[in-house]
Ligand binder design. Structure first.
Ligand code: PLP
Length: 401
């Protein structure tokens, strides 16, 4: 039976809504786009967003900034990373993560991942010991959370500082504790393909006053840090204000204004993402030879994308599978390709990082496929997409023993 091709777009996010448009027009009408350009008694939209996001996250402090990558880079600096110092991070993540380490002057050392796409805790323990690293920039890549209890234990035992990359785990939790609250800081992105959409943007959260004061001054506060919505008191800034450089990367009021109404709807969006995730997951569950990552009971995830593996598939088989899906309108990313395509790359393409040997990660990535699930897809379309993937996977070689 021939399958109807899917004609939707995997990169089309939802329109932003009348309230978002009104919020944008209001800022544009005021002309006060810079976050410190306020009239007496008026909190800026950037500062309102910091307050609202700190409350959502359950964090004491929040800084709105230019991007998720920027948030990670200043988090490392504010945490005291020294030039040339080692930072452990996942072997499977997106390029801005090793990029943030490089921009802060650190040296990335990559830790293996497991078949469930999370950091391999045994390799983390081993590399923490062998490198003596003080920092882990944990990437919750594609929204998969490691066992955060065991991970926290390893962090404690090695006296490491944990910074979390929560670009795909905004709103996610482990045993009801929010992703991003397990270490010194959480880093979030509001780039179009994440869970809130301002085109570009970042949010940094922490409970540590000295850390947050340094991060705020680093972000380019021009000593106007009292105009921040979720910042430590002025006396904390007195300790650090003159020894912290300005590395401008502020968020403007326009972006903050369009994020506020979206944040108010985030829980609803999460429920809708997860409906779509479970629908595709259901359609893929019974496909022979296809393996979905395990989603532990303790994990509250946000299914804004879905991953699966086809173990036993050769490189040419994977190429053919991607092409067959594409011919039917289903856009998959394959992490085994030798050249980085679009938003996809692997550690082999990060040549500014010392070459690393990660057999376990390479093995997992060689048959790993990934797909976005924008909220513009209906559940019916999700079922259609799953049936196309199932159809194209049918007849592939069985998984290797
Ligand atoms: C998108 C993303 C980031 C940060 O993205 P920016 O584009 O810098 O906002 C960080 N980590 C991961 C895994 C991402 O996908």
């Amino acid at each position: 039976m021939p399958l109807k091709p899917f004609t939707g777009s995997f990169t089309q996010q939802e329109a932003l809504g009348e309230d978002v448009i009104a919020a944008a027009i209001s800022v544009l009408t005021s002309g006060r786009l810079h976050r410190y350009n306020t009239v007496a008694g008026e909190p800026s939209k950037a500062s309102e967003l910091e307050q609202a996001y700190a409350a959502y996250q359950g964090a004491r402090y929040c800084l709105a900034c230019a991007s998720g990558g920027y948030a990670m880079a200043i988090a490392l600096r504010a945490a005291g990373l020294g030039q040339g110092e080692t930072v452990l991070t996942n072997g499977f993540t997106l390029a801005p993560v090793p990029g943030a380490i490089a921009s802060a002057g650190g040296k990335p050392v990559l830790v293996e991942i497991t078949a469930d796409l999370v950091i391999d805790l045994e390799d983390l323990d081993r590399k923490a010991r062998s490198t003596g690293a003080r920092f882990l920039l944990l990437s919750n890549m594609r929204g998969h959370l490691a066992d955060m209890d065991r991970l926290s234990d390893i962090i404690r035992r090695h006296s490491m500082i944990l910074i979390e990359d929560c670009a795909h785990t905004m709103g996610a939790a482990w045993n009801s504790r929010k992703s991003g609250s397990f270490g010194l800081a959480g880093c979030f992105s509001t780039q179009t393909y994440k869970h809130l959409n301002s085109g570009e943007g970042g949010l940094l959260t922490s409970d540590d006053p000295d850390f947050m004061a340094r991060a705020i001054v680093l972000s380019g506060s021009y000593m106007l840090y009292e105009r921040h919505g979720a910042a430590p008191p002025p006396e904390v800034f007195d300790r650090i204000r003159l020894e912290t450089p300005n590395m401008s990367g502020r968020m403007d009021n326009l972006r903050a204004a369009i994020l506020l109404p979206q944040l108010a709807r985030l829980e609803d969006s999460i429920a809708r993402w997860n409906e779509r995730y479970r629908t595709v997951e259901e359609g893929l569950k019974s496909v022979e030879g296809l393996v979905l990552p395990r989603r532990p009971e303790a994990e509250r995830y946000v299914g804004s994308s879905i991953q699966f593996r086809l173990p036993g598939l050769s490189r040419s088989g994977a190429d053919a599978f991607v092409a067959a899906c594409k011919a039917l309108g289903v856009e998959l990313k394959w992490f085994g390709a030798s050249d980085p395509v679009g938003f996809t790359s692997t550690h082999h393409s990060w040549r500014y990082v010392d070459p690393q040997v990660l057999p376990e990660t390479d093995h997992v990535l060689s048959t790993l496929f990934d797909m976005r699930l924008p909220l513009t897809f209906t559940l019916e379309e999700c079922r259609h997409i799953a049936s196309i993937i199932a159809h194209c996977a049918h007849g592939l070689p069985p998984p290797a023993a």
